[in-house]
Design a protein around this ligand. Structure first.
Ligand code: DX5
Ligand code: ZN
Length: 219
C-alpha cells in the first residue's frame, strides 16, 4: 500500500482556505496536516480550533491535527468536534497518556502520539497499544523549513521492532524536513504517512512536487 501524503499548511497562504483546499485536492494530497502551536510547548504560535473548523468546512480530505501545545487533553472534544480525523498529542506534555489517547478514540478520532527528536521510541513501551498513529518528529517542532534529522531512520526501525514484538501495527508518521530527497527512503524504511510543508509550499510548481512525492511513496 502506498504511504499517505499529508501536506502541512504551516507555510501556505491561509488567506483563502477554500482555494488552498481545492488545490490540495487537485494536486492529489491524501490528507491535510494542521499544526497547532501555543507559544509555550514550542516557540511559535499558529492557530486553533476555528481554523480547523474552517478547513473542515472547505474539504472532505482527512484532517490530521498535530497539537504542539501544553495540556492538549483539555481540548480533545473541541478539536474533534471541529473536524479532526486524527488528533496527535505530544508524549512530552502528556503525563496521563492512557487517558488522553483513550479520550481521543472515544471522541471519534484516531489517536496519535508524537515524539520529539530526543524522545526515544522505547518511551512508548507501555503505551503503544493505545495509539493508532506515532508521529516521529524529524526536526525540533515549531517551524517549517528545517533540516531533516537523519537519526529518524533508526527510530523508524526501532518503532517497527517494538510494534512487531507487541503484535501492533500503528501508522508510522514522519514530520519535518521531508521532501523529494528522502520520501522514497522513508517509505521503504516503514513510514506510512509523510508530512511535507516547505518542500511543497515553497516550490515553484507545488503540483509537480506532490506528484513526484506520491510516486516516490509507492511501495
Ligand atoms: C514542525 C511542524 C511540521 C512542519 C513541517 O514543527 O510540525 O508539520 O510544518 O514543515 P517542513 O516540511 O517544512 O519541515
Ligand atoms: Zn506537524
Amino acid at each position: 500500500m502506498a504511504a499517505v501524503l499529508a501536506p502541512s499548511i504551516l507555510s501556505a497562504d491561509l488567506s483563502d482556505i477554500r482555494g488552498l483546499c481545492q488545490n490540495l485536492e487537485q494536486w492529489g494530497a491524501d490528507a491535510i496536516h494542521l499544526d497547532v502551536m501555543d507559544g509555550v510547548f514550542v516557540p511559535n504560535f499558529t492557530f486553533g480550533i476555528s481554523i480547523v473548523r474552517a478547513f473542515r468546512q472547505a474539504t472532505s480530505l482527512p484532517l490530521d491535527v498535530h497539537l504542539m501545545m501544553v495540556h492538549p487533553e483539555k481540548y480533545i472534544d473541541s478539536f474533534v468536534a471541529a473536524g479532526a480525523d486524527i488528533l496527535t498529542v505530544h508524549y512530552e506534555v502528556s503525563p496521563h497518556l492512557h487517558r488522553t489517547l483513550t479520550r481521543i478514540r472515544q471522541a471519534g478520532a484516531r489517536a496519535g502520539v508524537a515524539l520529539n527528536p530526543h524522545t526515544p521510541v522505547h518511551a512508548l513501551e507501555a503505551s503503544l497499544q493505545w495509539a493508532d498513529l506515532v508521529l516521529l518528529m524529524s526536526v525540533s517542532p515549531g517551524f517549517g523549513g528545517q533540516a531533516f534529522i537523519p537519526e529518524t531512520f533508526e527510530k523508524i526501525r526501532r518503532l517497527r521492532q517494538l510494534a512487531e514484538q507487541k503484535h501492533l501495527d500503528p501508522i508510522i508518521a514522519v514530520d519535518g524536513g521531508v521532501g523529494p530527497h528522502n520520501a522514497e527512503a522513508l517509505t521503504q524504511a516503514g513510514a506510512r504517512l509523510l508530512v511535507v510543508g516547505n518542500a511543497i509550499f515553497k516550490a515553484e510548481q507545488p503540483a509537480a512536487v506532490v506528484q513526484q512525492l506520491k510516486q516516490s511513496m509507492q511501495r
